[in-house]
Design a protein around this ligand. Structure first.
Ligand SMILES: NC(=O)c1ccc[n+]([C@@H]2O[C@H](COP(=O)([O-])OP(=O)(O)OC[C@H]3O[C@@H](n4cnc5c(N)ncnc54)[C@H](OP(=O)(O)O)[C@@H]3O)[C@@H](O)[C@H]2O)c1
Length: 212
């Protein structure tokens, strides 16, 4: 058994999720930021890859300003080789954190819990089973492009929520909603079903179910 997986991402209209330098930029508007905090609060865990930790240093918590009863979802980082800096925001504060490395990695991260799955990179299917056993029923994947592609490719995503900000970022090297190797052929394309769309401030929120 596995938890439900929701991917949430903010993109420019050309599908980019950050600047060509991979530095974070503001794509969401205030309405979307509030929506994301409410969504985080409904989830048991919030997951990112170590690439997002290194480029954005997010704290992955629920801000009390946006929700009534802020919970403390488990913060999870996929980090095969233990590259999460000890001063990372995700290791601060009182929300619990789980750093997931590959089996050969021996790094530890202060008070954070560590789990080890997979040989070269984290085996996310095993991780999800482990999370389910721990009582985690809903996981929010917030990026970045490599991790989102892996979840989609492995057929582990139930829902995809995309906020499209009214802007163009451009740049062939800018990260996009899904990176990795991408589809090699038509059969590898990830089919989606559009379930909802609505204007959110000056942007658009698109909600999809993943077909497989
Ligand atoms: N606009 C948005 O909503 C949004 C949200 C988040 C991030 N971003 C942007 O996304 C960019 C970061 O994306 P990214 O692709 O560099 O980083 P990422 O997807 O956050 O992390 C990728 C890294 O995770 C590790 N990893 C471990 N196990 C993995 C597995 N099974 N599958 C995939 N990755 C695994 C790998 O590093 P190891 O091999 O070292 O383990 C991999 O390089 C930044 O520019 C950030 O600003 C945008």
């Amino acid at each position: 058994m596995r938890p439900k997986v929701i991917v949430n991402c903010a993109v420019s209209i050309d599908g980019k999720i950050a600047l060509p330098s991979r530095r974070q930029t503001r794509i969401s508007n205030e309405e979307d930021i509030a929506r994301v905090h409410r969504l985080r609060n409904e989830c048991d865990a919030i997951l990112v890859g170590v690439g997002t930790i290194l480029s954005d240093d997010p704290n992955l918590t629920v801000k009390e300003k946006y929700v009534q009863d802020a919970r403390k979802p488990l913060r999870i980082v996929l980090d095969s080789n233990g590259r999460t800096p000890l001063e990372a925001e995700v290791l601060k504060g009182d929300a619990p954190t789980l750093i997931v490395t590959s089996e050969g990695c021996e790094s530890t991260f202060g008070q954070a819990e560590v789990a080890r799955f997979g040989e070269d990179e984290v085996d996310i299917s095993s991780l999800l089973s482990h999370l389910y056993e721990k009582g985690v029923r809903k996981v929010l994947v917030e990026g970045g492009e490599t991790v989102i592609w892996t979840f989609l490719k492995e057929g582990l995503v139930n829902e995809l929520k995309v906020f499209v900000g009214s802007m163009v970022i451009g740049g062939v090297r800018s990260p996009t909603l899904a990176g990795g190797e991408g589809a090699a052929a038509f059969e590898d394309i990830i089919p989606l079903v559009l379930t909802k769309s609505r204007q959110l401030g000056d942007g658009i929120l698109l909600e999809y179910e993943v077909k497989r």
